[in-house]
Design a protein around this ligand. Structure first.
Ligand code: CP
Length: 318
């Protein structure tokens, strides 16, 4: 694997899932693979799970890890081609990224969208600039539109928990939230489930919360949440702000919060969320603290997803 920015960088999803589950059984089986290699984790935004799980994954492969909080400790970066840098930005990505390419063997980046300008965010200017100028493999730790390490983890979690001899029914449902959030996790989950093609997939949300068709193509869209939940095996809960009239909250109907009562419509569905979660806004305490919740297992699996991806990149580089 040359980079990991979207599902399109993955030649075989099932093989990558199997590799991750093999690492879960035997975390140190490739502990010499990354010896003498250095990985840089650049954070332009906060993180708990991604920051820690990717470090553990890299160390399991023998790599040296350096974490750099660009948002707090770095120079303000400029990304615009031809910019006259007389404002607040101090260093152009064209100058910074090649230096990072000298320091590291793999560069990982977290960069959230502005939610102000859809064209800028959906062009993935920040992560694509690092990929263009660093000269080394780049791994997304969540970018403006996608969160592929989370989505790989989600497929791993479904694969390891689904024991029936049929295709699972997966429902991605919008949930209320107190502030406008990116579409990344929902876009990415839709992109991966569609590419995986191992499930019947329904997306449910209020009108006006349509996601970009490039990611949802292949899924059924259902505006009636109760109808969508009927017979579900997995429910993936996530808030996102509007895509069409970009970055806004339209309705924030608390009736869309998943509750134990709604779970009765399903086929004993397991409930997933990428975390962090706003309790009793997005998901009720009774679900998060109950037996249907997969959220802790899901977050634990972030290590194996990251380890499988880094391993594939190291093998490709060697
Ligand atoms: N799910 C996820 O990416 O969590 P963090 O934002 O804490 O890394």
């Amino acid at each position: 694997m040359k980079q990991f920015i979207s599902v399109q960088d993955v030649p075989d999803i099932n093989a990558l899932v199997k590799k991750a589950l093999d690492y879960k059984q035997d975390p140190l089986k490739d502990q010499l693979l990354g010896v003498g290699k250095r990985i840089g984790l650049l954070f332009l935004n906060p993180s708990l799970r991604t920051r820690l799980s990717t470090q553990i994954a890299a160390r399991n492969l023998g790599m040296e890890v350096i974490v750099f909080n660009v948002d707090k400790d770095g120079w303000a970066l400029e990304f615009e081609e031809g910019a006259i840098m007389s404002g607040n930005t101090v260093e152009h990505v064209k100058d910074a990224a090649p230096i990072l390419g000298q320091y590291f063997d793999i560069l990982c980046i977290r960069t959230f969208p502005s939610l102000k300008n859809r064209e800028d965010d959906y062009s993935e200017l920040v992560i694509q600039s690092f990929a263009a100028y660093a000269g080394i493999p780049v791994v997304s730790l969540e970018s403006a539109t996608l969160h592929p390490l989370q989505s790989l983890t989600d497929i791993i979690t479904i694969q390891e928990t689904f024991k029936d001899n049929k295709r699972p029914k997966i429902v991605l449902t919008w949930a209320p939230h107190v502030k406008p959030l990116p579409q990344c996790v929902a876009n990415s989950f839709a992109q991966w489930v569609n590419a995986w093609n191992g499930a019947d997939f329904i997306i449910t949300h209020p009108a006006d919360y349509e996601l970009a068709g490039e990611f949802t193509k292949g899924a059924t869209i259902e505006y009636n949440q109760d109808k969508a939940l009927e017979g579900a095996d997995y429910i993936y809960v996530k808030n996102w702000s509007t895509y069409t009239d970009y970055g806004k909250i339209y309705s924030n109907d608390p009736g869309w919060m998943l509750t134990e009562e709604k779970l009765q419509l399903t086929r004993f569905a397991r409930v997933m969320h990428c975390l962090p979660v706003r309790r009793n806004v997005e998901l009720s305490d009774e679900i998060l603290d109950g037996p249907s919740s997969l959220v802790t297992r899901e977050a634990g699996n972030r290590v194996w997803a990251a380890q499988a991806v880094l391993s594939e990149i190291l093998i490709d580089k060697s």
